[in-house]
Ligand binder design. Structure first.
Ligand code: THU
Length: 159
């Protein structure tokens, strides 16, 4: 038997420790939660993607009475960014989430389907996407989706 160990590196920051650019991207994701359409879960998620050309694209979760027809903020944002700027890699993706009461204390990581889409976006542009997950108590940073989706499936398996 062989044991394969996969290591994930997650950096934890206080808001004040972040660069002004990262703070601003998180502020934009926080602000975006106000444009979420979440009448069913009442859980509002906002995302902000910084593109290589410096443009910041935002998106939010969009729910539907037929629940599976809705989409998470991360995928809304990436699909919009890739539709509008198909030649621009995403450098950083910031995500913020709140209940009706307040923003969450500790960051929520993206769901499995969003991780898979983030992976595809990294592969498509051959560029890692740094992810910033906002919580009131701390912010998590990963340098690439590989830290959240080890042992992943991508198109290389089909070659
Ligand atoms: N949601 C996101 O937008 N991103 C995540 O990473 C997790 C969940 C949304 C989907 C749904 O609209 C609501 O949050 C509750 O699951």
């Amino acid at each position: 038997m062989k044991n394969l160990t996969i290591t994930a590196i997650i950096n934890e920051y206080q808001y004040d420790e972040l660069t002004p650019i990262d703070q601003s991207l998180i502020d934009t994701a926080i602000e975006a939660t106000g444009r979420s359409y979440a009448p069913y879960s009442r859980f509002s998620v906002g995302a902000a993607a910084l593109l290589a050309n410096g443009i910041v694209v935002t998106g939010t979760n969009q729910e539907n009475a037929a629940y599976p027809s809705g989409l998470c903020a991360e995928r809304t944002t990436l699909f919009y960014a890739n539709s509008q700027y198909p030649d621009q890699p995403v450098l950083t993706l910031a995500i913020a989430a709140r209940t009706e009461k307040d923003f969450i204390d500790t960051p929520i990581p993206p769901c499995g389907a969003c991780r898979q889409v983030i992976l595809e976006t990294e592969k498509r542009y051959k560029h890692p996407i740094r992810i910033l997950l906002y919580g009131k108590q701390c912010i998590y940073e990963v340098q690439s989706i590989g830290d959240l989706l080890p042992l992943s499936f991508d198109s290389s398996a089909m070659e």
